[in-house]
Design a protein around this ligand. Structure first.
Ligand code: HEC
Ligand code: HEC
Ligand code: HEC
Ligand code: HEC
Length: 454
């Protein structure tokens, strides 16, 4: 999914059906309702924002982020003179409706580059891509992705956002006046920035995602290629049926995504299944559940295993807990989720995108000391200097990678080759595919030598 995100900028997704449909969301957005002003006055009918004001684009942000932003304006976690009063007037239903309306649009390609801006753009790009170790400035790309495409539900898409808005957000993150539904990480990221850096970075963010790529000198810096892969696409999240089976599927998804919360008796650490099987188990090359499901029953470590037994093993080893009973609700719901997700996949097929693509071990062998240095540079910003991860409001936002709340020594991920393959395909989060195989092995060797539960 994230590997094809660049394609988003190719165009606007069908706007016509949306703007003419008489839904609540469209009415609110285009005409307002009672005393609520039309969102389109400031954000545009297709969410393209107003470039000359600090009115942000809403296109591209996605339903969850839009709804979260509206909620936090209305409950005061994010204060703004214009948006807070508007959001306070919206009912929960109206928020969902208008978030649904704007979620269907894609950002339009941003404006081209004016000649006088090249130097500023080059500086902006350097900060964005690489940060600045002397200033303790963390690269924006670490969390928002090289192309500003954002990642998952935690890191918003920012590519092509209006320049004035990005500037204003960076200033208010720096001042601590925007807190928001996110994880407070932006405050630390923005603190070291001075006014000129903010201007340069905002300009760069506003042209990010220009497609085809801009022909300017900074273009010479390598960008990871975007290669769409043909893999199975699991059913859409909103296609879960409203039946007894569907309710089990929803519970199963919740367990998969928040394992310690919904399967507490069987979990002994801080990890959720989706911390290692990314994107709720949907993502190709990142341990997708749909590819696993259709291969069971099969041989595993020399014995025939069912999917249920494999999941029990995951609880014991990866979750450092104990096996939920075969006929109990936890396992039944997880199996329902796995089966729903695999609809349309061929039974017994070795699907492309299964597991984590294996990589070859570099000839010179893995070096844990090099891994330790790499960890500090590329991983500690999220997983912590002591591998402890990070929590916000009591919820795990970055999982621990060693220590008592991590996975156990017998977990699949504790094998160096599996860890190296996992890292190469998925980490650093939001910027995957940027580790060489050697670096992935060095990091795996370092992580293998850290203390973790037996
Ligand atoms: C008078 C202009 C105006 C109107 C009308 C308006 N907005 Fe906004 N909106 C803004 C501004 C300014 C911001 C930036 C707030 C900030 O700096 O935090 C914003 C921010 C937002 C954000 C957060 C975007 C982000 O990237 O985090 C959302 C979501 C949003 N508006 C939705 C709406 C919806 C839905 C409506 C209609 C019900 C609406 N707005 C009406 C001016 C407006
Ligand atoms: C350690 C991770 C991290 C780093 C580094 C980081 N960000 Fe963010 N950023 C986030 C998160 C998380 C949010 C969402 C915050 C929220 O919703 O309150 C965010 C939000 C934003 C927003 C607001 C988006 C919106 O729609 O309102 C902008 C703009 C932004 N970041 C730009 C940057 C820039 C520019 C840099 C580099 C100077 C940067 N970020 C570095 C994690 C990060
Ligand atoms: C610490 C990381 C981690 C956690 C947490 C984790 N897993 Fe896994 N899981 C793995 C790895 C690594 C593999 C092996 C993949 C391979 O060898 O290609 C795996 C394999 C599996 C498989 C077999 C996959 C296949 O393609 O054959 C299933 C099914 C599975 N896990 C389910 C779960 C469930 C359900 C949970 C939560 C209860 C969970 N896992 C938690 C890392 C994890
Ligand atoms: C921008 C933040 C970020 C960075 C940087 C990052 N990770 Fe992660 N990492 C995550 C998140 C978030 C997850 C959980 C995946 C999910 O929820 O989708 C994760 C999951 C993991 C996991 C599996 C779960 C666990 O806790 O064992 C390992 C191992 C891991 N990361 C190692 C690394 C290594 C090594 C690096 C450096 C190359 C790295 N990460 C860089 C955010 C990050």
């Amino acid at each position: 999914m994230r590997r094809v995100l660049g394609l988003l900028f190719l165009g606007v997704v069908t706007a016509h059906a949306a703007t003419h449909s008489p839904t609540l969301g469209a009415r609110l957005a285009l005409h307002g309702l009672g005393s609520i002003r039309a969102c389109a006055d400031c954000h545009g009918p297709q969410g393209q924002g107003r470039p000359h004001f600090a009115y942000p684009k809403l296109a591209g942000l996605g339903f969850t982020y839009l709804l979260g932003a509206l909620r936090s304006f209305s409950d005061g976690r994010r204060l703004n003179g214009i948006m807070t009063p508007i959001a306070r007037e919206l009912t929960a239903e109206e928020m969902r409706a208008v978030a649904t309306y704007y979620a269907r649009f894609r950002p339009r390609p941003p404006h081209g580059v004016r000649p006088g801006e090249r130097l500023r753009l080059a500086r902006g790009r350097r900060y964005y891509d690489h940060g600045d170790m002397n200033d303790r400035l963390v690269a924006c790309a670490r969390c928002h992705g090289r192309r500003g495409q954002g990642m998952g539900r935690r890191f918003p898409w920012i590519a092509g956002q209006t320049e004035a808005y990005v500037k204003e957000q960076l200033r208010s993150f720096r001042a601590g006046s925007r807190r928001g539904p996110g994880i407070g990480l932006m405050r630390d990221a923005a603190r070291p920035l001075d006014a000129r850096q903010i201007d340069d970075i905002a300009l760069y963010v506003s042209v990010l995602g220009a497609w085809p790529p801009l022909s300017i000198p900074i273009e010479r810096l390598p960008m990871p290629p975007i290669v769409p892969r043909r893999t199975f696409v699991p059913p859409r999240r909103d296609a879960i049926p409203r039946t007894v089976f569907g309710r089990a599927v929803r519970r199963g998804r919740a367990i998969f995504d928040h394992t310690a919360r919904y399967a507490r008796p069987y979990v002994g650490n801080a990890l959720s299944c989706s911390d290692c099987h990314l994107g709720e188990g949907r993502e190709a090359q990142a341990g997708p559940l749909w590819a696993a499901t259709v291969l069971f029953p099969r041989a595993y470590r020399g014995h025939m295993t069912t999917l249920a037994a494999r999941i029990q093993a995951a609880f014991i080893q990866s979750e450092n807990g104990r096996a939920p009973p075969l006929d109990g609700p936890v396992l039944t719901d997880l199996l329902a989720y796995a089966h729903w997700m695999s609809r349309g996949e061929v039974i017994g097929a070795h699907a492309p995108g299964r597991g984590y693509p294996p990589i070859t071990k570099p000839g010179k062998g893995a070096d844990a000391a090099r891994g330790a240095a790499l960890y500090v540079q590329r991983c500690a910003v999220c997983h912590g200097g002591r591998g402890e991860g990070a929590r916000y409001n009591g919820r795990v936002v970055f999982p621990p990678v060693w220590g008592p709340l991590s996975f156990g020594q017998r977990a699949s991920l504790a094998q160096t080759s599996v860890m190296a393959a996992f890292l190469k395909s998925t980490m650093p989060y939001a910027d995957p595919g940027t580790l060489t195989s050697g670096a992935a092995y060095d990091l795996a060797a370092f992580l293998e030598a850290r203390p973790r539960p037996p």
